[in-house]
Each structure stands twice: as C-alpha cells, then as structure tokens.
Design a binder for this molecule. Structure first.
Ligand SMILES: [Zn+2]
Length: 145
C-alpha cells in the first residue's frame, strides 16, 4: 500500500510504525517472516512485548532474547471507531482497535479483522494473521472458528 488521498483529494501520508528503533528491529524483522515474537528476560524468565524495550520491565535486566509466540489469544478490550482518527483511515470506518491478551501472557494492541466491529467481544478467542505492506508487516487478529 502506498500513500493515498483523502475524500477531498488531498495527499495523505499513511501512518506507519517506527521501524528503525533499535530494540524494535527484531520484532519487525520477525513479523516480515510471519513470526510473532516477544522478548523474554534471561534473568527472571518473564515475557514482554510491544513496545520492545532495552530492559525487562519486571526486573530491569538488559539481558533478553526473542522467542516465538503461538499467535493465539483473547480480546481483553476493544473500541470501535466510527470516525477516522487520521485522514489515512478515512474509508476504513467502522474499525476496531483491540487489546489482545496473548496465550503466553503479553498484551498487544492490534485490530480484529475478518469480523464486523459489532461482533467483536471481550474474551473472544483470536489468532494472528499477518498484513503485509510495502516495507513492514502488521500483526492483526481474526476470530478463531
Ligand atoms: Zn526480568
């Protein structure tokens, strides 16, 4: 997908993730390979995920590794947008923004897709799907059938 225009024909730059932040580079590179990963602290063993960071939020150790996740989780909470918060989202409303509790524990902000927004429910089982863009891949979620 590339930049587009809004409903008045003005050029609109897409909202993109910050791909160059040092700690986040493995996260985005793994998503490009369709692998959802999280950081695991080598000192306390706890997982942490987005946004990637340079030290463990539980014990502050800077010693961590990247580990694969199942991509399965449940909707913890969500909101439904009926108005675009950014011009590049015009034409996409209504859409949801969801907090997904991953099976392994971390919580991720994403969207539930392949499902009308009014059918998204708290506790709904979901699984990751990968949305490829020109130079990055986003983890989205769909209901488990
Ligand atoms: Zn730790």
């Amino acid at each position: 997908m590339s930049d587009s225009s809004d409903n008045r024909g003005r050029a609109v730059r897409k909202v993109k993730p910050f791909l160059d932040e040092l700690e986040a580079k493995p996260f985005w590179a793994n998503l490009r390979k369709h692998e959802l990963t999280a950081q695991r602290c080598r000192a306390c063993g706890k997982l942490f995920t987005f946004p990637p960071q340079g030290s463990c939020p539980h014990c502050l150790s800077p010693d961590y590794e990247w580990v694969p996740l199942s991509g399965k989780g449940k909707v913890y909470s969500f909101v439904s947008y009926n108005r675009a918060w950014h011009p590049s989202y015009e034409g996409k409303v209504p859409y949801n923004v969801s907090l997904v509790d991953l099976e392994e524990g971390p919580r991720l902000i994403s969207n539930v897709i392949d499902c009308p927004p009014e059918q998204v429910k708290v506790g709904m089982p979901v699984e990751v799907v990968y949305e490829d863009h020109e130079d990055y891949t986003l983890p989205k979620f769909r209901p488990v059938k």
